[in-house]
Design a protein around this ligand. Sequence first.
Ligand code: F6P
Length: 596
Amino acid sequence: MLTPEGAHATNAMNPANATASPVDRAALQGGRRRLIFVTNRGPVEYTFGADGTAQPQAGAGGVVSGLLSAARERPVSWISVAMTDADRAVAKSLDGATLAMPHELSYLAPRLVYLPEATYRQYYDGISNRLLWFAQHGLPHADIARSPQTRAAWAGYVAANRALAETVIAELDTCETAPPVMFHDYHLYLAPAMVRERVPEARLAHFVHIPWPSVERWADVPEEMVRAIYRGLAAVDVLGFQTARDVHNFLDGAAHFLPGVFISRDPDELRWRGRRTLVRAYPIAVTPLEVCAAADTPAARGQLRPLRERLGLDLGRKLIVRVDRVEPTKNIVRGFAAYEQLLAAHAEWHGRVVFLALLVPSRESVGEYQAYAEDVERSIARVNARFGDDGWQPIVALYGNDRGRALACMRDYDVLLVNSLADGMNLVVKEGGLVNRRDGVIVLSDRAGAYAQLHRGVLGVRPTDIEATAGALVRALEMSSEERRLRAQQVRDVLEREDASTWLGRQLADLMRVTGFPTMSAPFAPNALSHADLDPPRASYLVPDALAARGATKLAFGAAGPAIRLSRSPRETIPLDDVTFPTGSDVGDLDSASMG
Ligand code: F6P
Protein backbone atom coordinates (compact mmCIF):
# COMPACT_ATOMS: atom_id res chain seq x y z
CA MET A 1 0.00 0.00 0.00
CA LEU A 2 1.22 3.55 0.51
CA THR A 3 4.73 4.11 1.69
CA PRO A 4 6.15 7.27 3.15
CA GLU A 5 6.65 9.88 0.55
CA GLY A 6 10.27 10.08 -0.42
CA ALA A 7 10.91 6.35 -0.21
CA HIS A 8 12.61 5.18 -3.36
CA ALA A 9 10.25 5.06 -6.25
CA THR A 10 10.06 1.65 -7.82
CA ASN A 11 6.84 1.57 -9.73
CA ALA A 12 4.75 4.42 -11.04
CA MET A 13 7.44 7.00 -10.56
CA ASN A 14 10.18 4.82 -12.00
CA PRO A 15 11.36 6.29 -15.30
CA ALA A 16 11.61 2.76 -16.65
CA ASN A 17 7.85 2.54 -16.34
CA ALA A 18 7.18 6.11 -17.28
CA THR A 19 5.58 5.31 -20.57
CA ALA A 20 2.94 3.18 -18.86
CA SER A 21 0.58 6.08 -18.42
CA PRO A 22 0.56 9.73 -19.44
CA VAL A 23 0.04 10.80 -15.83
CA ASP A 24 3.22 9.21 -14.63
CA ARG A 25 5.19 10.80 -17.44
CA ALA A 26 3.73 14.19 -16.66
CA ALA A 27 4.47 13.72 -12.98
CA LEU A 28 8.08 12.97 -13.79
CA GLN A 29 8.44 15.86 -16.16
CA GLY A 30 6.64 18.44 -14.12
CA GLY A 31 7.73 17.13 -10.74
CA ARG A 32 4.27 17.98 -9.42
CA ARG A 33 2.39 15.61 -7.22
CA ARG A 34 -0.56 13.79 -8.66
CA LEU A 35 -4.06 14.44 -7.41
CA ILE A 36 -7.02 12.13 -7.43
CA PHE A 37 -10.40 13.73 -8.16
CA VAL A 38 -13.53 11.71 -7.55
CA THR A 39 -16.72 13.12 -9.06
CA ASN A 40 -20.00 11.98 -10.46
CA ARG A 41 -19.59 13.68 -13.85
CA GLY A 42 -16.09 13.41 -15.29
CA PRO A 43 -13.98 15.21 -17.88
CA VAL A 44 -15.01 12.91 -20.75
CA GLU A 45 -18.49 11.79 -21.76
CA TYR A 46 -19.40 9.41 -24.57
CA THR A 47 -22.36 9.26 -26.92
CA PHE A 48 -23.01 6.72 -29.65
CA GLY A 49 -22.32 8.11 -33.12
CA ALA A 50 -24.36 7.22 -36.22
CA ASP A 51 -22.04 4.30 -36.88
CA GLY A 52 -22.69 2.90 -33.41
CA THR A 53 -19.25 3.68 -32.02
CA ALA A 54 -18.80 5.58 -28.77
CA GLN A 55 -17.65 9.15 -29.44
CA PRO A 56 -15.90 11.14 -26.71
CA GLN A 57 -16.67 14.74 -25.91
CA ALA A 58 -15.60 17.09 -23.12
CA GLY A 59 -17.62 16.60 -19.95
CA ALA A 60 -20.26 19.29 -19.46
CA GLY A 61 -20.96 21.24 -16.30
CA GLY A 62 -19.45 23.68 -13.90
CA VAL A 63 -17.66 21.19 -11.70
CA VAL A 64 -15.68 19.72 -14.58
CA SER A 65 -14.65 23.05 -16.10
CA GLY A 66 -13.93 24.48 -12.64
CA LEU A 67 -11.71 21.57 -11.63
CA LEU A 68 -9.85 21.56 -14.93
CA SER A 69 -9.12 25.22 -14.55
CA ALA A 70 -8.17 24.78 -10.89
CA ALA A 71 -5.82 21.87 -11.52
CA ARG A 72 -3.96 23.82 -14.22
CA GLU A 73 -2.47 20.92 -16.12
CA ARG A 74 -1.30 19.17 -13.02
CA PRO A 75 -1.36 15.36 -13.27
CA VAL A 76 -4.82 14.23 -12.21
CA SER A 77 -6.23 10.76 -11.88
CA TRP A 78 -9.91 11.45 -12.31
CA ILE A 79 -12.41 8.84 -11.23
CA SER A 80 -16.02 9.40 -12.28
CA VAL A 81 -19.21 7.54 -13.01
CA ALA A 82 -20.25 6.10 -16.37
CA MET A 83 -23.46 8.10 -16.88
CA THR A 84 -24.63 7.30 -20.41
CA ASP A 85 -25.15 4.02 -22.28
CA ALA A 86 -22.05 4.81 -24.31
CA ASP A 87 -20.08 5.58 -21.12
CA ARG A 88 -21.13 2.22 -19.76
CA ALA A 89 -20.05 0.44 -22.93
CA VAL A 90 -16.66 2.16 -22.79
CA ALA A 91 -16.25 1.49 -19.05
CA LYS A 92 -17.04 -2.19 -19.57
CA SER A 93 -14.65 -2.56 -22.45
CA LEU A 94 -11.81 -0.81 -20.60
CA ASP A 95 -12.39 -2.78 -17.43
CA GLY A 96 -10.81 -0.21 -15.11
CA ALA A 97 -8.07 1.04 -17.46
CA THR A 98 -7.68 4.78 -17.99
CA LEU A 99 -9.26 6.49 -21.00
CA ALA A 100 -6.96 7.49 -23.85
CA MET A 101 -6.60 11.28 -23.89
CA PRO A 102 -5.56 13.65 -26.66
CA HIS A 103 -2.11 15.16 -26.32
CA GLU A 104 -3.30 18.49 -24.91
CA LEU A 105 -5.07 16.67 -22.06
CA SER A 106 -2.39 14.06 -21.49
CA TYR A 107 -1.99 15.21 -17.88
CA LEU A 108 -5.41 13.66 -17.17
CA ALA A 109 -5.87 9.98 -16.47
CA PRO A 110 -9.65 9.52 -16.31
CA ARG A 111 -11.33 6.29 -15.25
CA LEU A 112 -15.02 5.64 -15.77
CA VAL A 113 -16.64 3.49 -13.13
CA TYR A 114 -19.24 1.11 -14.51
CA LEU A 115 -22.53 0.79 -12.65
CA PRO A 116 -25.46 -1.33 -13.85
CA GLU A 117 -28.06 1.08 -15.21
CA ALA A 118 -30.59 0.26 -12.49
CA THR A 119 -28.01 1.04 -9.80
CA TYR A 120 -27.04 4.25 -11.57
CA ARG A 121 -30.69 5.36 -11.71
CA GLN A 122 -31.18 4.73 -8.00
CA TYR A 123 -27.98 6.57 -7.14
CA TYR A 124 -28.20 9.52 -9.56
CA ASP A 125 -31.94 10.02 -10.02
CA GLY A 126 -33.43 8.57 -6.84
CA ILE A 127 -31.11 9.66 -4.04
CA SER A 128 -28.77 12.31 -5.44
CA ASN A 129 -31.10 14.40 -7.58
CA ARG A 130 -34.46 13.82 -5.96
CA LEU A 131 -33.91 13.28 -2.28
CA LEU A 132 -30.60 15.04 -1.53
CA TRP A 133 -30.92 17.80 -4.11
CA PHE A 134 -34.40 18.69 -2.90
CA ALA A 135 -33.55 18.35 0.80
CA GLN A 136 -30.37 20.39 0.60
CA HIS A 137 -32.01 23.18 -1.40
CA GLY A 138 -35.02 23.44 0.90
CA LEU A 139 -37.54 22.15 -1.68
CA PRO A 140 -40.45 20.02 -0.46
CA HIS A 141 -39.27 16.41 -0.22
CA ALA A 142 -41.25 14.72 2.55
CA ASP A 143 -43.18 12.55 0.06
CA ILE A 144 -40.03 11.64 -1.82
CA ALA A 145 -38.27 10.73 1.43
CA ARG A 146 -41.10 8.53 2.60
CA SER A 147 -41.63 6.65 -0.65
CA PRO A 148 -40.65 2.98 -0.87
CA GLN A 149 -38.74 3.75 -4.10
CA THR A 150 -36.48 6.13 -2.23
CA ARG A 151 -35.79 3.58 0.48
CA ALA A 152 -34.99 1.02 -2.21
CA ALA A 153 -32.85 3.55 -4.08
CA TRP A 154 -30.60 3.96 -1.03
CA ALA A 155 -29.10 0.53 -1.81
CA GLY A 156 -28.07 1.91 -5.22
CA TYR A 157 -26.52 4.99 -3.61
CA VAL A 158 -24.50 2.77 -1.26
CA ALA A 159 -23.45 0.49 -4.13
CA ALA A 160 -22.37 3.39 -6.34
CA ASN A 161 -20.33 4.92 -3.52
CA ARG A 162 -18.79 1.50 -2.89
CA ALA A 163 -17.83 1.12 -6.56
CA LEU A 164 -16.18 4.56 -6.60
CA ALA A 165 -14.42 3.84 -3.29
CA GLU A 166 -13.06 0.53 -4.64
CA THR A 167 -11.65 2.33 -7.66
CA VAL A 168 -9.98 4.90 -5.41
CA ILE A 169 -8.52 2.12 -3.27
CA ALA A 170 -7.20 0.35 -6.38
CA GLU A 171 -5.67 3.62 -7.56
CA LEU A 172 -4.04 4.26 -4.17
CA ASP A 173 -2.65 0.75 -4.31
CA THR A 174 -0.56 1.76 -7.30
CA CYS A 175 0.81 4.84 -5.56
CA GLU A 176 4.12 4.96 -3.78
CA THR A 177 3.04 7.97 -1.77
CA ALA A 178 -0.29 9.19 -0.48
CA PRO A 179 -1.69 11.57 -3.10
CA PRO A 180 -4.46 13.95 -2.08
CA VAL A 181 -7.86 12.46 -2.89
CA MET A 182 -10.65 15.00 -3.38
CA PHE A 183 -14.26 13.88 -3.48
CA HIS A 184 -16.88 16.24 -4.80
CA ASP A 185 -20.50 16.85 -4.05
CA TYR A 186 -23.63 15.14 -2.83
CA HIS A 187 -23.34 12.04 -4.97
CA LEU A 188 -20.36 10.85 -2.96
CA TYR A 189 -21.05 11.30 0.73
CA LEU A 190 -20.40 7.68 1.71
CA ALA A 191 -17.30 6.83 -0.32
CA PRO A 192 -14.75 8.59 1.95
CA ALA A 193 -15.50 6.33 4.94
CA MET A 194 -15.27 3.28 2.67
CA VAL A 195 -11.81 4.35 1.53
CA ARG A 196 -10.70 5.29 5.04
CA GLU A 197 -11.65 1.89 6.40
CA ARG A 198 -9.28 0.15 4.01
CA VAL A 199 -6.57 2.81 3.65
CA PRO A 200 -6.34 4.53 7.03
CA GLU A 201 -3.35 6.66 5.96
CA ALA A 202 -5.07 8.09 2.87
CA ARG A 203 -5.24 11.88 2.54
CA LEU A 204 -8.90 12.64 1.96
CA ALA A 205 -10.80 15.85 1.28
CA HIS A 206 -14.39 16.41 0.27
CA PHE A 207 -15.94 19.57 -1.14
CA VAL A 208 -19.71 20.01 -0.95
CA HIS A 209 -20.83 22.30 -3.78
CA ILE A 210 -24.42 22.73 -2.62
CA PRO A 211 -25.96 24.24 0.53
CA TRP A 212 -25.83 22.33 3.80
CA PRO A 213 -29.18 22.49 5.63
CA SER A 214 -29.77 23.09 9.32
CA VAL A 215 -30.61 20.10 11.54
CA GLU A 216 -34.34 20.87 11.36
CA ARG A 217 -34.27 20.81 7.57
CA TRP A 218 -32.90 17.27 7.59
CA ALA A 219 -35.98 16.16 9.52
CA ASP A 220 -37.81 14.59 6.58
CA VAL A 221 -34.87 12.50 5.40
CA PRO A 222 -34.75 9.08 7.12
CA GLU A 223 -32.41 9.51 10.06
CA GLU A 224 -30.32 6.42 9.27
CA MET A 225 -29.48 7.98 5.89
CA VAL A 226 -28.43 11.28 7.44
CA ARG A 227 -26.30 9.47 10.01
CA ALA A 228 -24.62 7.45 7.25
CA ILE A 229 -23.92 10.68 5.36
CA TYR A 230 -22.36 12.28 8.43
CA ARG A 231 -20.26 9.17 9.11
CA GLY A 232 -19.09 9.19 5.49
CA LEU A 233 -17.99 12.82 5.66
CA ALA A 234 -16.41 12.54 9.12
CA ALA A 235 -13.86 10.19 7.52
CA VAL A 236 -12.14 12.96 5.56
CA ASP A 237 -9.28 15.11 6.81
CA VAL A 238 -10.59 18.32 5.26
CA LEU A 239 -14.24 19.01 4.57
CA GLY A 240 -15.03 22.06 2.47
CA PHE A 241 -18.22 24.05 2.04
CA GLN A 242 -19.14 27.13 0.05
CA THR A 243 -20.06 29.44 2.93
CA ALA A 244 -19.64 29.94 6.67
CA ARG A 245 -23.35 29.24 7.09
CA ASP A 246 -22.91 25.76 5.55
CA VAL A 247 -20.00 25.06 7.93
CA HIS A 248 -22.09 26.17 10.87
CA ASN A 249 -25.06 24.01 9.83
CA PHE A 250 -22.82 20.99 9.27
CA LEU A 251 -21.19 21.25 12.70
CA ASP A 252 -24.54 21.74 14.42
CA GLY A 253 -25.79 18.63 12.66
CA ALA A 254 -22.68 16.68 13.63
CA ALA A 255 -23.54 17.20 17.31
CA HIS A 256 -26.89 15.62 16.55
CA PHE A 257 -26.08 12.85 14.09
CA LEU A 258 -22.64 11.66 15.29
CA PRO A 259 -22.97 10.45 18.87
CA GLY A 260 -19.83 11.12 20.90
CA VAL A 261 -18.50 13.78 18.52
CA PHE A 262 -16.36 16.57 19.93
CA ILE A 263 -16.68 19.86 18.09
CA SER A 264 -14.31 22.77 18.44
CA ARG A 265 -14.46 26.16 16.78
CA ASP A 266 -11.86 28.43 15.29
CA PRO A 267 -10.49 26.48 13.61
CA ASP A 268 -13.71 24.57 13.11
CA GLU A 269 -13.17 20.88 13.45
CA LEU A 270 -14.80 17.74 14.66
CA ARG A 271 -13.19 14.81 16.40
CA TRP A 272 -14.94 11.56 16.11
CA ARG A 273 -13.80 8.02 16.74
CA GLY A 274 -10.17 9.01 17.06
CA ARG A 275 -10.04 11.12 13.91
CA ARG A 276 -10.00 14.84 13.30
CA THR A 277 -11.73 16.63 10.44
CA LEU A 278 -11.07 20.26 9.61
CA VAL A 279 -14.31 21.87 8.41
CA ARG A 280 -13.93 25.12 6.46
CA ALA A 281 -15.54 27.41 3.94
CA TYR A 282 -13.70 27.65 0.63
CA PRO A 283 -16.00 29.74 -1.61
CA ILE A 284 -15.55 28.34 -5.11
CA ALA A 285 -13.95 30.73 -7.58
CA VAL A 286 -13.49 31.05 -11.30
CA THR A 287 -10.27 32.10 -13.03
CA PRO A 288 -10.81 35.58 -14.52
CA LEU A 289 -8.39 35.21 -17.42
CA GLU A 290 -9.76 31.83 -18.42
CA VAL A 291 -13.38 33.00 -18.27
CA CYS A 292 -12.76 36.20 -20.21
CA ALA A 293 -10.79 34.32 -22.86
CA ALA A 294 -13.60 31.75 -23.25
CA ALA A 295 -16.11 34.58 -23.77
CA ASP A 296 -13.99 36.13 -26.47
CA THR A 297 -13.16 33.22 -28.80
CA PRO A 298 -14.02 33.70 -32.49
CA ALA A 299 -16.54 30.85 -32.18
CA ALA A 300 -18.31 32.45 -29.21
CA ARG A 301 -18.35 35.91 -30.78
CA GLY A 302 -19.54 34.39 -34.03
CA GLN A 303 -22.63 33.07 -32.25
CA LEU A 304 -23.34 36.41 -30.64
CA ARG A 305 -23.49 38.47 -33.84
CA PRO A 306 -26.63 36.99 -35.44
CA LEU A 307 -28.21 36.74 -32.03
CA ARG A 308 -27.79 40.46 -31.42
CA GLU A 309 -29.72 41.06 -34.61
CA ARG A 310 -32.45 38.60 -33.72
CA LEU A 311 -32.86 40.18 -30.27
CA GLY A 312 -32.95 43.70 -31.70
CA LEU A 313 -30.04 44.87 -29.56
CA ASP A 314 -28.66 47.02 -32.32
CA LEU A 315 -31.97 48.90 -32.26
CA GLY A 316 -31.14 49.93 -28.69
CA ARG A 317 -33.18 47.33 -26.86
CA LYS A 318 -32.04 46.53 -23.33
CA LEU A 319 -31.07 42.95 -22.63
CA ILE A 320 -31.96 40.87 -19.59
CA VAL A 321 -30.11 37.53 -19.50
CA ARG A 322 -30.38 34.39 -17.44
CA VAL A 323 -28.31 31.21 -17.82
CA ASP A 324 -29.53 28.17 -15.95
CA ARG A 325 -29.97 24.45 -15.93
CA VAL A 326 -33.70 23.81 -16.12
CA GLU A 327 -34.56 22.70 -12.62
CA PRO A 328 -36.72 23.89 -9.76
CA THR A 329 -34.03 25.45 -7.54
CA LYS A 330 -33.20 27.93 -10.30
CA ASN A 331 -36.65 29.47 -9.88
CA ILE A 332 -36.99 30.22 -13.58
CA VAL A 333 -40.79 30.40 -13.55
CA ARG A 334 -40.85 33.07 -10.83
CA GLY A 335 -38.23 35.00 -12.80
CA PHE A 336 -40.55 35.09 -15.83
CA ALA A 337 -43.49 35.98 -13.58
CA ALA A 338 -41.49 38.97 -12.31
CA TYR A 339 -40.74 40.03 -15.89
CA GLU A 340 -44.43 39.64 -16.71
CA GLN A 341 -45.30 41.98 -13.81
CA LEU A 342 -42.74 44.46 -15.06
CA LEU A 343 -44.28 44.45 -18.55
CA ALA A 344 -47.79 44.66 -17.13
CA ALA A 345 -46.94 47.69 -15.00
CA HIS A 346 -44.55 49.45 -17.39
CA ALA A 347 -45.92 49.66 -20.90
CA GLU A 348 -43.08 52.06 -21.71
CA TRP A 349 -40.72 49.07 -21.75
CA HIS A 350 -42.72 47.16 -24.38
CA GLY A 351 -40.47 46.61 -27.38
CA ARG A 352 -37.54 48.25 -25.57
CA VAL A 353 -36.37 45.26 -23.57
CA VAL A 354 -35.86 41.59 -24.37
CA PHE A 355 -35.24 38.67 -22.03
CA LEU A 356 -32.76 36.07 -23.31
CA ALA A 357 -33.00 32.79 -21.40
CA LEU A 358 -30.18 30.34 -22.07
CA LEU A 359 -31.52 27.10 -20.68
CA VAL A 360 -29.66 23.85 -20.23
CA PRO A 361 -31.86 20.74 -20.08
CA SER A 362 -31.04 18.85 -16.89
CA ARG A 363 -31.80 15.48 -15.27
CA GLU A 364 -34.61 14.82 -17.70
CA SER A 365 -35.10 11.27 -16.49
CA VAL A 366 -36.49 12.54 -13.19
CA GLY A 367 -40.23 13.30 -13.15
CA GLU A 368 -40.03 16.47 -11.04
CA TYR A 369 -37.46 17.98 -13.43
CA GLN A 370 -39.58 17.10 -16.48
CA ALA A 371 -42.63 18.70 -14.90
CA TYR A 372 -40.63 21.80 -14.09
CA ALA A 373 -39.31 22.04 -17.66
CA GLU A 374 -42.93 22.02 -18.86
CA ASP A 375 -43.83 24.79 -16.41
CA VAL A 376 -40.95 26.85 -17.76
CA GLU A 377 -42.12 26.40 -21.35
CA ARG A 378 -45.67 27.34 -20.43
CA SER A 379 -44.58 30.53 -18.69
CA ILE A 380 -42.45 31.59 -21.67
CA ALA A 381 -45.38 30.97 -24.02
CA ARG A 382 -47.75 32.92 -21.77
CA VAL A 383 -45.58 36.03 -21.56
CA ASN A 384 -44.85 35.99 -25.30
CA ALA A 385 -48.52 35.51 -26.16
CA ARG A 386 -49.63 38.26 -23.77
CA PHE A 387 -47.18 40.99 -24.77
CA GLY A 388 -45.38 39.99 -27.96
CA ASP A 389 -46.09 41.34 -31.43
CA ASP A 390 -44.67 40.93 -34.94
CA GLY A 391 -41.59 42.98 -34.22
CA TRP A 392 -40.90 41.95 -30.64
CA GLN A 393 -40.69 38.64 -28.79
CA PRO A 394 -40.39 39.52 -25.09
CA ILE A 395 -38.66 36.25 -24.10
CA VAL A 396 -36.25 34.39 -26.37
CA ALA A 397 -35.32 30.99 -24.95
CA LEU A 398 -32.40 29.04 -26.37
CA TYR A 399 -31.86 25.50 -25.20
CA GLY A 400 -28.59 23.58 -25.07
CA ASN A 401 -25.37 23.39 -23.15
CA ASP A 402 -23.03 25.85 -24.83
CA ARG A 403 -20.72 27.58 -22.37
CA GLY A 404 -18.98 29.69 -25.03
CA ARG A 405 -22.30 31.07 -26.28
CA ALA A 406 -23.50 31.76 -22.72
CA LEU A 407 -20.32 33.64 -21.86
CA ALA A 408 -20.42 35.62 -25.09
CA CYS A 409 -24.04 36.62 -24.43
CA MET A 410 -23.20 37.71 -20.90
CA ARG A 411 -20.73 40.23 -22.29
CA ASP A 412 -23.76 42.22 -23.45
CA TYR A 413 -26.34 42.03 -20.70
CA ASP A 414 -27.83 45.15 -19.18
CA VAL A 415 -29.33 43.03 -16.43
CA LEU A 416 -28.35 39.54 -15.31
CA LEU A 417 -31.06 37.73 -13.35
CA VAL A 418 -29.98 34.99 -10.93
CA ASN A 419 -32.93 34.33 -8.63
CA SER A 420 -32.25 30.79 -7.37
CA LEU A 421 -34.31 29.58 -4.42
CA ALA A 422 -31.07 28.25 -2.98
CA ASP A 423 -27.64 27.84 -4.51
CA GLY A 424 -24.33 26.64 -3.12
CA MET A 425 -22.47 29.48 -4.84
CA ASN A 426 -23.70 30.09 -8.44
CA LEU A 427 -20.90 30.42 -10.93
CA VAL A 428 -23.02 32.10 -13.62
CA VAL A 429 -23.04 35.27 -11.56
CA LYS A 430 -19.27 35.15 -11.13
CA GLU A 431 -18.67 34.54 -14.82
CA GLY A 432 -21.19 37.19 -15.82
CA GLY A 433 -19.72 39.80 -13.48
CA LEU A 434 -16.29 39.23 -15.04
CA VAL A 435 -17.12 39.17 -18.74
CA ASN A 436 -19.82 41.84 -18.96
CA ARG A 437 -18.68 44.96 -20.80
CA ARG A 438 -21.80 47.16 -20.46
CA ASP A 439 -21.69 47.78 -16.68
CA GLY A 440 -24.71 45.53 -16.51
CA VAL A 441 -26.61 45.24 -13.23
CA ILE A 442 -26.87 41.91 -11.44
CA VAL A 443 -30.15 41.03 -9.72
CA LEU A 444 -29.10 38.29 -7.32
CA SER A 445 -30.97 36.01 -4.97
CA ASP A 446 -29.96 36.49 -1.35
CA ARG A 447 -30.11 32.71 -1.08
CA ALA A 448 -27.18 32.14 -3.46
CA GLY A 449 -23.79 31.55 -1.83
CA ALA A 450 -22.31 34.26 -4.06
CA TYR A 451 -24.53 36.89 -2.41
CA ALA A 452 -22.33 36.92 0.71
CA GLN A 453 -19.37 37.97 -1.43
CA LEU A 454 -21.07 40.24 -3.96
CA HIS A 455 -23.88 41.90 -2.00
CA ARG A 456 -22.32 45.38 -2.21
CA GLY A 457 -22.42 45.48 -5.98
CA VAL A 458 -25.65 43.63 -6.80
CA LEU A 459 -29.35 44.25 -6.27
CA GLY A 460 -30.33 41.54 -3.80
CA VAL A 461 -33.77 39.92 -3.89
CA ARG A 462 -35.63 37.38 -1.86
CA PRO A 463 -36.26 34.77 -4.56
CA THR A 464 -39.82 33.90 -3.56
CA ASP A 465 -40.88 37.55 -3.75
CA ILE A 466 -42.02 38.06 -7.34
CA GLU A 467 -43.04 41.65 -6.80
CA ALA A 468 -39.67 42.57 -5.30
CA THR A 469 -37.91 40.81 -8.17
CA ALA A 470 -40.00 42.79 -10.69
CA GLY A 471 -39.07 45.98 -8.80
CA ALA A 472 -35.38 45.08 -8.89
CA LEU A 473 -35.56 44.45 -12.66
CA VAL A 474 -37.13 47.88 -13.21
CA ARG A 475 -34.58 49.54 -10.96
CA ALA A 476 -31.76 47.79 -12.81
CA LEU A 477 -33.11 48.85 -16.22
CA GLU A 478 -33.51 52.45 -15.11
CA MET A 479 -30.31 52.83 -13.07
CA SER A 480 -28.04 55.76 -13.84
CA SER A 481 -24.89 54.98 -15.74
CA GLU A 482 -22.80 56.23 -12.81
CA GLU A 483 -24.43 53.83 -10.35
CA ARG A 484 -24.16 50.97 -12.85
CA ARG A 485 -20.49 51.66 -13.28
CA LEU A 486 -19.82 51.76 -9.53
CA ARG A 487 -21.73 48.56 -8.86
CA ALA A 488 -20.18 46.63 -11.75
CA GLN A 489 -16.76 47.73 -10.54
CA GLN A 490 -17.51 46.57 -7.01
CA VAL A 491 -18.42 43.15 -8.35
CA ARG A 492 -15.31 42.96 -10.53
CA ASP A 493 -13.11 44.04 -7.62
CA VAL A 494 -14.21 40.97 -5.69
CA LEU A 495 -14.02 38.56 -8.60
CA GLU A 496 -10.70 39.68 -9.98
CA ARG A 497 -9.03 38.81 -6.69
CA GLU A 498 -10.18 35.19 -6.99
CA ASP A 499 -8.78 32.25 -8.87
CA ALA A 500 -9.89 28.62 -9.21
CA SER A 501 -6.42 27.30 -8.54
CA THR A 502 -6.18 29.30 -5.32
CA TRP A 503 -9.50 27.80 -4.25
CA LEU A 504 -8.11 24.31 -4.81
CA GLY A 505 -4.69 25.20 -3.41
CA ARG A 506 -6.15 26.36 -0.11
CA GLN A 507 -7.83 23.01 0.36
CA LEU A 508 -4.69 21.11 -0.59
CA ALA A 509 -2.57 23.24 1.71
CA ASP A 510 -4.96 22.50 4.57
CA LEU A 511 -4.98 18.82 3.67
CA MET A 512 -1.19 18.63 3.70
CA ARG A 513 -1.00 20.61 6.92
CA VAL A 514 -3.49 18.50 8.85
CA THR A 515 -2.25 15.16 7.57
CA GLY A 516 1.40 16.03 8.19
CA PHE A 517 4.24 15.12 5.91
CA PRO A 518 5.21 11.47 5.98
CA THR A 519 8.35 12.43 4.08
CA MET A 520 9.96 13.19 7.41
CA SER A 521 10.85 9.56 7.97
CA ALA A 522 12.91 9.35 4.79
CA PRO A 523 16.40 10.86 4.87
CA PHE A 524 16.36 12.06 1.27
CA ALA A 525 13.47 12.33 -1.06
CA PRO A 526 14.53 11.25 -4.56
CA ASN A 527 13.80 14.71 -5.87
CA ALA A 528 14.94 16.62 -2.79
CA LEU A 529 16.31 20.08 -3.26
CA SER A 530 19.99 20.52 -2.69
CA HIS A 531 21.36 22.83 -0.06
CA ALA A 532 22.33 25.25 -2.81
CA ASP A 533 18.74 25.60 -3.88
CA LEU A 534 17.91 27.13 -0.59
CA ASP A 535 21.04 29.07 0.11
CA PRO A 536 20.43 31.83 0.81
CA PRO A 537 16.75 31.16 1.39
CA ARG A 538 14.69 33.72 -0.41
CA ALA A 539 11.87 34.45 1.89
CA SER A 540 9.76 33.64 4.87
CA TYR A 541 9.35 30.70 7.14
CA LEU A 542 6.64 29.15 9.19
CA VAL A 543 6.43 26.09 11.35
CA PRO A 544 3.13 24.26 11.15
CA ASP A 545 2.54 22.11 14.23
CA ALA A 546 2.45 18.91 12.25
CA LEU A 547 5.87 19.60 10.79
CA ALA A 548 7.38 20.72 14.05
CA ALA A 549 6.26 17.51 15.72
CA ARG A 550 8.28 15.62 13.16
CA GLY A 551 11.41 17.65 13.65
CA ALA A 552 11.00 20.17 10.85
CA THR A 553 12.12 23.63 11.68
CA LYS A 554 11.08 25.55 8.67
CA LEU A 555 9.06 25.68 5.58
CA ALA A 556 11.39 27.51 3.25
CA PHE A 557 10.55 29.40 0.11
CA GLY A 558 13.59 28.75 -1.99
CA ALA A 559 14.38 29.59 -5.55
CA ALA A 560 13.33 26.13 -6.69
CA GLY A 561 10.01 26.29 -4.86
CA PRO A 562 8.80 25.66 -1.34
CA ALA A 563 10.54 22.96 0.62
CA ILE A 564 10.59 21.56 4.09
CA ARG A 565 13.86 21.93 5.90
CA LEU A 566 14.68 19.56 8.72
CA SER A 567 16.64 20.61 11.75
CA ARG A 568 18.98 17.62 11.57
CA SER A 569 20.95 18.73 8.54
CA PRO A 570 20.67 21.61 6.15
CA ARG A 571 20.79 19.17 3.26
CA GLU A 572 17.64 17.42 4.35
CA THR A 573 15.15 19.45 2.45
CA ILE A 574 12.12 18.11 0.74
CA PRO A 575 10.14 19.95 -1.89
CA LEU A 576 6.59 20.71 -1.06
CA ASP A 577 5.28 20.59 -4.55
CA ASP A 578 1.59 20.84 -3.81
CA VAL A 579 1.51 24.47 -2.98
CA THR A 580 3.29 27.59 -3.97
CA PHE A 581 3.66 30.58 -1.77
CA PRO A 582 4.36 34.16 -2.55
CA THR A 583 8.11 34.39 -2.45
CA GLY A 584 9.88 37.34 -0.94
CA SER A 585 7.12 38.22 1.47
CA ASP A 586 6.04 37.18 4.91
CA VAL A 587 3.41 34.51 4.97
CA GLY A 588 1.11 34.54 7.94
CA ASP A 589 -0.57 31.25 7.36
CA LEU A 590 -1.18 28.63 4.74
CA ASP A 591 -4.24 30.41 3.41
CA SER A 592 -2.02 32.41 1.18
CA ALA A 593 -0.83 29.28 -0.56
CA SER A 594 -1.94 28.60 -4.06
CA MET A 595 -1.53 25.75 -6.48
CA GLY A 596 1.84 25.50 -8.11
O1 F6P B 1 -23.75 22.14 -7.80
C1 F6P B 1 -24.33 20.96 -8.07
C2 F6P B 1 -23.89 20.32 -9.36
O2 F6P B 1 -23.36 19.04 -9.16
C3 F6P B 1 -22.85 21.15 -9.99
O3 F6P B 1 -21.71 20.93 -9.31
C4 F6P B 1 -22.99 20.81 -11.41
O4 F6P B 1 -22.56 21.82 -12.24
C5 F6P B 1 -24.45 20.60 -11.55
O5 F6P B 1 -24.91 20.23 -10.28
C6 F6P B 1 -24.72 19.64 -12.66
O6 F6P B 1 -25.49 18.58 -12.33
P1 F6P B 1 -25.56 17.31 -13.26
O7 F6P B 1 -24.19 16.73 -13.30
O8 F6P B 1 -26.57 16.43 -12.61
O9 F6P B 1 -25.98 17.80 -14.61
